[in-house]
Design a binder for this molecule. Structure first.
Ligand code: HEC
Length: 245
């Protein structure tokens, strides 16, 4: 493994993956994606468990905590590494992330490791959109039915599949006392806040099973943006418009 990659980490992992493959006597024999791989499940798991931290264009994820995966593997691919190598790197990274790094180990386990690794390897640095079954594997973020306040309570849940989005990016409420509640069934921490139009309020950041909520005593008519304050989430699209009238 003499080739030079600009990203030291990828190189290190590639070297590690190759070493492992050699130890297993399987160097170079790994197919890019065998029919046993479930790419649809791989995409769904990737969006749910990985997308909040990683950008991957084909998966529609925009996380910024970890490296952009399209960019991370672009150089290796153009240097002639096979996608099967990328696949091995991704699987290794899932099982043994950098020690002391920010990526938790074993975010996915069992067959999901190979499914996710196969999907990522097939998708990195590819232009365009997923097609066929992959195109519909994950719901478009924020496209749920608009939320409407009931008895002074507006419920806008976080996307349960782990996408950086609320279930809907449109909400409405009458002026007056308003409680905004966000249930979180995803594995990613989120909150909900408004800091425009003279309204400055924020719920607490909650993990799976939690509810983030705040109350505004007398919200005036107007148009407000609600959004998640966790770093990178709003920029990735976790926001919507609340119309008060
Ligand atoms: C909590 C955020 C977080 C989650 C969730 C996460 N990662 Fe990471 N990932 C990182 C960070 C940060 C790095 C950079 C190295 C480090 O700190 O460990 C990284 C590195 C990587 C790398 C190496 C890329 C490079 O440039 O070296 C790959 C591949 C990767 N992650 C894949 C995944 C996959 C697949 C999942 C889902 C199973 C996942 N990550 C989930 C944060 C995350």
């Amino acid at each position: 493994m003499e080739r030079v990659l600009p990203r030291g980490r990828v190189l290190a992992i590639v070297a590690g993956a190759a070493a492992t493959a050699v130890l297993l006597g399987a160097c170079g024999s790994q197919a890019p994606s065998s029919s046993d791989d479930n790419l649809v499940a791989g995409k769904q798991m990737f969006v749910e468990r990985c997308g909040s931290c990683h950008t991957l264009s084909r998966a529609g994820t925009k996380g910024t905590v970890g490296p952009n995966l399209d960019a991370a593997f672009r150089q290796s691919l153009s240097d002639g590494f096979e996608r099967s190598v990328v696949r091995g790197v991704v699987a290794e990274q899932i099982k043994i992330p950098l020690r002391g790094g920010k990526m938790p180990a074993d975010l996915v386990t069992g067959d999901h490791v190979t499914d996710v690794a196969a999907y990522v390897a097939e998708s990195v640095d590819r232009k365009g959109q997923d097609t066929g079954l992959l195109a519909t594997a994950v719901k478009a973020p924020g496209q749920g039915k608009p939320a409407v306040a009931k008895n002074g309570v507006l419920q806008i849940n976080a996307d349960p599949s782990g996408q950086l989005a609320y279930v809907t990016n449109k909400a409405s409420a009458p002026p007056g006392r308003l409680t905004v509640k966000m249930g979180n069934e995803s594995t990613v921490e989120h909150d909900i806040a408004i800091d425009n139009g003279g309204v400055n309020a924020k719920g607490e950041i909650v993990g799976k099973g939690g509810t983030s909520q705040f109350t505004v005593d007398n919200i005036p008519p107007g148009t407000y943006q609600y959004f998640c304050t966790v770093q990178g989430h709003r920029a990735a699209g976790m926001q919507g418009t609340l119309t008060v009238k």
